[in-house]
Ligand binder design. Structure first.
Ligand code: SDX
Length: 428
């Protein structure tokens, strides 16, 4: 293959270098396109065909259903690792040694208390506030209590900032949940593991002896691993764009939370359960909903189906589907919504409309069934996605800043009015 791409415009030829990634992906470097062509740009709404950056963090192959964090397959990590270790891998590039993991855990535990005044901000929200809006606000508010911006060039400073947010974020998640439920805010217990602490902060009740369920710990740990990063998805791109103006880490993460909230992105896990519940209420007739999803005049989409990149299967969906079956069996839960999900997926996967458009269950299709089995309320599902995606956002923000990427500032194709003179009000 040539390492040059040629563009010909009005008989003039322009050459651009072709770059090859470590997994043999090819891209055309158009860094100087506008300057050498006198102003020509490319148009690519949604950036479906555009690589926004070079990155060494996550590799995914949509055709082959491959997902790897720093070269390790998601299947191996979900089976053999744990969420905190995967967070270290994504952020610092290698699986931690025993000593590194101990230091990481210790520094995080030193930082898992938030300023008491955060409670005053939480008090200001109505209980009906969507947890994603609350979490985004509280995350941004952390900047007020930690105003010193991180010196990304200092490994020590970066390590402390990473441990600070990894320590405080689960508290914000748990308190966001407690606020929605009208329950007292509580801290965890530093003698517990990272995920155990999250579960204790969320589910312990003041008047009951709390019993940690290892099935719940294992299921949540696996779910968080599966959500930890996904290259340049909408919310991660948002964190990079906001961070590219040298906005601080916490404020950049807050922007990512808002981007994840949308039903076409992380908000889909909530929309999936709402859709499955509606089908259940409607007598379980999922064929009717498949017909709606295929009807061009009906805005309804089969939530949890389809993906911008995965055009065969989402490897995470397969792992989560298995985990959902395990959790429901282990907890002795018979959830009719899982049966509807199974039937819906089976029907859609054999339907020409979905097959011809490469629409398969994605990460959000089954995750809500596990969250429900763990007793997490539906509005909190996307918050749990954010909890999982946190290390990926941090890793991508850090990489972008360390590589000194330029401020994100795309161009446009202007299609508005040509120059025209001002019209006085009397003449309008
Ligand atoms: C996540 O990017 C990431 O990596 C995201 C994520 C991550 O980990 O960060 O993986 C997490 O966001 C998963 C996706 C969750 N969203 C949903 O489940 C919402 C439902 N799915 C979609 O709306 C849709 O599939 C997207 C948004 C996920 C992808 O949309 P694309 O790639 O822009 O595809 P498209 O909208 O151009 O659709 C192509 C065709 C269209 O039909 P035609 O115009 O060709 O006739 O497929 C149809 C669409 O109408 N289509 C669907 C559909 N998804 C696409 N039809 C019915 N139901 C659907 N779910």
């Amino acid at each position: 293959m040539s390492n040059i791409a040629i563009l010909e415009v009005d008989g003039k030829r322009y050459e651009f270098p072709m770059l090859k990634g470590s997994e043999n992906e090819i891209t055309i470097d158009i860094n100087n396109l506008r300057s050498v062509t006198g102003g020509i740009t490319t148009l690519d709404p949604g950036f479906k065909n555009t690589s926004s950056c070079e990155s060494a963090i996550t590799f995914l192959d949509g055709e082959k259903g491959i997902l790897r964090y720093r070269g390790y397959s998601i299947e191996e990590l979900a089976e053999k690792s744990d969420f905190l270790e995967v967070a270290y891998l994504l952020i610092f590039g290698e699986l931690p040694t025993k000593v590194q993991k101990a230091d990481f855990t210790k520094e995080i535990k030193k930082n898992n208390i938030v300023d008491e005044d955060i409670k005053k901000i939480l008090d200001g929200f109505p209980r009906s506030a969507h947890p994603m809006g609350v979490l985004s606000a509280l995350t941004s508010a952390l900047t007020a209590f930690n105003p010193k911006s991180v010196n990304v060039e200092s490994e020590k400073d970066m390590f402390k900032a990473v441990c600070k947010i990894l320590g405080k974020f689960p508290v914000l998640v748990a308190w966001t949940y407690k606020k929605e439920e009208g329950l007292p805010l509580a801290y965890g217990d530093n003698s517990l593991g990272y995920v155990e602490n999250i579960i204790k902060m969320m589910f312990e009740r003041p008047n009951e002896k709390f019993v940690m369920n290892p099935v719940v710990v294992k299921a949540l740990d696996k779910l968080l691993i599966l959500h930890a990063d996904h290259e340049q998805n909408c919310s991660t791109s948002t964190v990079r764009v906001v961070g590219s103006s040298q906005t601080g880490l916490f404020a950049s993460l807050s922007a990512g939370i808002s981007a994840l909230w949308g039903p076409l992105h992380g908000g889909a896990n909530q929309a999936v359960i709402e859709m499955l519940e509606a089908i259940k209420e409607d007598g379980g007739d999922y064929q009717k909903y498949i017909a709606k999803a295929k009807d061009k005049d009906d805005p309804f989409r089969l939530m949890g189906f389809g993906h911008r990149v995965y055009k065969n299967f989402d490897p995470r969906a397969n792992i989560i589907k298995e985990a959902a079956e395990e959790v429901l069996n282990d907890l002795g839960i018979d959830d009719p919504v899982l049966d509807i999900a199974r039937g819906l997926a089976k029907e859609a996967l054999s339907d020409e409309y979905f097959k011809s458009r490469n629409l398969y269950p994605n990460v959000d299709f089954y995750s809500g069934i596990i969250y429900r089995a763990l007793g997490i309320p539906v509005p909190m599902f996307t918050v749990m996605f954010a909890l999982g995606r946190l290390p990926g956002w941090i890793a991508q923000w850090k990489e972008m800043r360390l590589r000194k990427e330029p401020i994100s500032r795309p161009r446009q194709l202007y299609t508005g009015a040509p120059l025209r003179a001002f019209v006085e009000e009397a003449e309008r």
